[in-house]
Ligand binder design. Structure first.
Ligand code: SF4
Ligand code: SF4
Length: 309
């Protein structure tokens, strides 16, 4: 049996843990269902789908017994070129779905070669309560900012998982709480955080600038985004748990000058072919050109302000 945690760390993760699979506990399931029932997921209708799988990840792979959860640091440090607009830090390097999938895919192949076990890699690509399982696997704990905080790395991490038919020894869950300073709650421009770990996506700049689909009719309702063009990192930037953040050792996650050098005018004048060329291997393609240009228009209309009540 290979040392799987070591393989995952060698693949570039800053932390890895193992959890024995079973259903999500009833309290967490109820919280999630209530969040949906209150409509706080906005237009993210995909979060309503596959409820059965989402609450029992054993359904993702026949015979699944364990899950390895891995956190990868994407913190790129301070940009080395002029950056006219603010982009979510996770998005300015290579698309983390591709990068993490490749890295965990190699580990999964090694596991299968050594043991014959079946594996399935997921990177935000399956109906899975990623942060819930990361806590169970001891990878980190949840902050009031609704982020997973990884000890000695902070919250600038993306998660990936290997679901496997192997029976592995589980880690202890990380049941700590964050410092509770409420800086994230006070700093959130959309008042999206409820101070108890809950979040209303409809008030979150990240949701509004990435997930919310482009509708010409509701452009007037877009909040003023200031110089934020894609996503929002404010509730992570103010969090004291991130004072330990160090620049990632994954070169592909470092900020790309072709992205962070863009101006509002560059985006407003962009053709589809140029958008495709710049963002092919970038998570930013999710917003599509129309969405990015909508954000560019909102970004040009003054300082960031709260969303209209
Ligand atoms: S990402 Fe920005 S808008 Fe969303 S909860 Fe955090 S601070 Fe608030
Ligand atoms: S800013 Fe303070 S309250 Fe918010 S997640 Fe960080 S430690 Fe917790």
């Amino acid at each position: 049996m290979p040392d799987i945690r070591r393989l995952v760390i060698e693949a570039g993760a800053v932390r890895a843990g193992v959890v024995t699979l079973g259903p999500v506990d009833s309290y967490a399931e109820e919280l999630y269902r209530n969040w949906l029932a209150e409509g706080r997921h906005g237009e993210m209708g995909y979060l309503e789908k596959y409820a059965e799988v989402r609450h029992d990840p054993r359904l993702l792979l026949e015979g699944a017994r364990s899950m390895i959860v891995a956190a990868f640091n994407y913190y790129g440090g301070e940009p080395e070129v002029s950056q006219p607009l603010k982009w979510a830090r996770y998005a300015v390097g290579r698309d983390y779905h591709e990068e993490v999938r490749e890295r965990l895919g190699r580990v999964a192949e090694a596991i299968t070669a050594a043991t014959g076990a079946q594996c399935r890699v997921t990177v935000d690509t399956a109906p899975l309560r990623e942060r819930y399982w990361a806590v169970k696997a001891g990878v980190g704990f949840l902050g009031i900012n609704n982020q997973l905080i990884v000890p000695e790395a902070g919250s600038w991490c993306v998660l990936g998982e290997i679901i496997t038919t192997l029976e592995l020894e589980a880690d202890e869950p990380d049941t700590r709480n964050c410092l509770g300073c409420m800086r994230c709650v006070k700093a959130c421009p959309g008042h999206a955080l409820d101070g108890h770990g809950g979040m209303d996506a409809r008030r979150c700049m990240s949701y509004l600038s990435i997930e919310k689909k482009y509708h010409e009719d509701d452009e007037a309702l877009m909040p003023r985004l200031g110089d934020r063009i894609y996503g929002c990192d404010i509730c992570q930037e103010v969090c004291p748990h991130n004072s330990c953040a160090r620049a990632t050792e994954i070169d592909n996650f470092r900020p790309r000058p072709s992205v962070i050098g863009l101006t509002r005018e560059d985006i407003l004048g962009m053709e589809q072919s140029e958008f495709s060329r710049i963002f092919t291997h970038s998570a930013i393609k999710r917003a599509k050109l129309a969405g990015l240009q909508r954000n560019a228009r909102a970004a040009g209309e003054g300082e960031a302000a709260t969303r209209p009540e």
